[in-house]
Write a protein that binds this ligand. Structure first.
Ligand SMILES: [Zn+2]
Length: 155
């Protein structure tokens, strides 16, 4: 038996399920191989430690109601917190959209103001260039208007 096959048989040997001929070969190998003997001893200690853990009494079932109530309480707190988190993250996600809308409306306002100013300027230029008769036909002139138009025409 090689060291490798010996070590792979430790669990079966300790569990008492290794066939007798193989068990005899393992014992013969361990008797002359110090490394496998130490490995078998280690495996035996681990197996006993596991058995002692399994033999421990399980906690009573009456623990469950208290655990369930505590879990439900924590779940309620979690869900309340997640609502606030969701609202907060929604708010954060809306910030760029609000900024974009604000910039867009500001740009639109500036554009409209520029257009209004340009059209006012061109209207003023047209009115200054228009002959007095056309201007007079557009509105009912007052005496002061007539005086100012006459002075403009002189220039
Ligand atoms: Zn060996």
């Amino acid at each position: 038996m090689t060291c490798r096959t010996c070590r792979t048989s430790f669990a079966d040997y300790l569990g008492g399920v290794l066939p007798p001929r193989r068990a005899a070969k393992l014992e013969a190998h361990v008797a002359r191989c110090a490394a496998c003997a130490a490995g078998l001893e280690e495996e035996r200690r681990l197996t006993e430690a596991l058995r002692s853990l399994v033999d421990q009494p399980l906690p009573g079932r009456d623990l469950w109601p208290a655990i369930a109530a505590r879990l439900a309480r924590e779940r309620r707190v979690e869900s309340a917190r997640s609502v606030w988190d969701a609202l907060f993250s929604l708010g954060l996600r809306l910030v760029p959209a609000c900024a974009a809308v604000l910039l867009l409306s500001l740009g639109l306002s500036l554009y409209q103001a520029g257009r209004l100013q340009r059209s006012t300027l061109s209207l003023r230029r047209d009115l200054q260039a228009a002959p007095a008769t056309i201007v007079a036909s557009l509105q009912e002139p007052t005496a002061n208007d007539l005086v100012s138009w006459l002075t403009v025409e002189k220039d």
